[in-house]
Design a protein around this ligand. Structure first.
Ligand code: SF4
Length: 331
């Protein structure tokens, strides 16, 4: 890509840049929070979480001093809670962020994308940033069917020569998000179109991956009683540190209901997409008359998005259910 075309893309970016709250941000901690959110959340959806997180934890130090449970609660709804746990761990491991991609990569939970984004956007290091949008733009522009990640990173690094790294990387990301979109790219409006090798058949680059996503069925048990909803705290895994209703396979579900002495009723289904799994959750529930250990106020706990969906389905219906008594403990 020659310098003239780069300048054309930068001029397009200056004229059409999305007004995202982290645009132009140079504070490395704020850039880090934005980039961690953007790893799995679309820019428009990430904005309210970005504001909320930084309002409560305005500095790396404030984040380091907060209890993990509070960090997870503030992150609630943004999903992929490992990101919040990693941010917290990182804040506790350094008092300030290092300036280079290489040093950033050595921090806990920081991968190539986040390290490059913070280095380029906050510190102006001459490195490329490859996210899904940039991968698609580069693959199409150079007509690469199946580029390896290493090849794309090398290419992205080389392209930063002669341009401002922050503006350039954000321009490429915006082009992918707004013009060179996965479906129906607007090649007629694209500043790179005069030299784009892939514009005759953009859908061929990069070659679409075939994903087979199996649907997994889980059973959720929602018990509403005096004092709130029955919630369990996950100690590890994807939902580590979060509270949720029991989510089980069918056999374990009925064993749990029997052990608790409840006869739940079917309330409906919710669907939920994870990175490599599609979930169909069958929601069952009952209203309890007597207190039960584990009943608590869900609004006071960090909940996963999936649990929020399940409760959104179950609680309005359970509010009208007849109340049932639990059998005596020895029964
Ligand atoms: S011309 Fe079309 S395919 Fe090429 S970069 Fe622009 S939008 Fe993408």
């Amino acid at each position: 890509m020659d310098q003239g075309l780069k300048e054309t893309l930068l001029a397009w970016y200056r004229a059409t840049a999305r007004p995202l709250p982290w645009r132009g941000e140079k504070d490395p901690y704020r850039v880090l929070v934005a980039e961690v959110l953007l790893q799995q959340t679309r820019a428009a959806q990430a904005a309210p979480y970005y504001h909320r997180f930084l309002k409560r934890f305005p500095t790396l130090e404030a984040l380091a001093q907060a209890p993990l449970e509070e960090v997870l609660k503030v992150w609630a709804g943004a999903g992929y809670y490992a990101r919040a746990r990693n941010l917290h761990r990182l804040a506790q491991s350094v008092s300030e962020l290092p300036r280079s991609r290489e040093a950033l990569l050595a921090l806990p939970g920081v991968g190539p994308y986040t390290a490059a984004a913070v280095a380029a956007l906050a510190f102006g290091e001459r490195v490329g940033v490859v996210d899904g949008n940039v991968r698609r733009v580069l693959a199409r522009f150079y007509a690469l069917e199946d580029p390896s990640p290493q090849a794309l990173w090398r290419l992205a690094d080389a392209l930063v020569e002669g341009v401002d790294p922050a503006a350039w990387n954000q321009a490429l990301m915006d082009l992918g998000a707004l013009v060179c979109t996965p479906r129906r790219p607007r090649c007629g409006d694209c500043p790179l179109s005069p030299s784009c090798r892939g514009r005759e058949d953009p859908g061929a680059y990069p070659r679409p991956r075939r994903r087979s996503q199996k649907e997994e069925v889980l059973w959720a048990l929602v018990l509403l009683g005096p004092g709130g909803v029955y919630l369990e705290k996950a100690e590890a895994g994807r939902y580590g540190g979060l509270y949720g209703v029991p989510l089980l396979d069918e056999k374990a579900f009925w064993e749990r209901a029997k052990a608790l002495g409840v006869a739940p009723r079917f309330l409906g289904q919710v669907r939920h997409e994870l990175t490599h799994r599609r979930l169909r959750v069958r929601v069952w529930g009952a209203r309890l008359e007597a207190p039960l250990e584990g009943l608590q106020d869900p609004s006071a706990r960090p909940l996963s998005k999936l649990t929020q969906k399940v409760l959104g389905k179950a609680l309005p219906l359970l509010a009208h259910e007849p109340v049932v008594s639990l059998p005596d403990a020895e029964a």
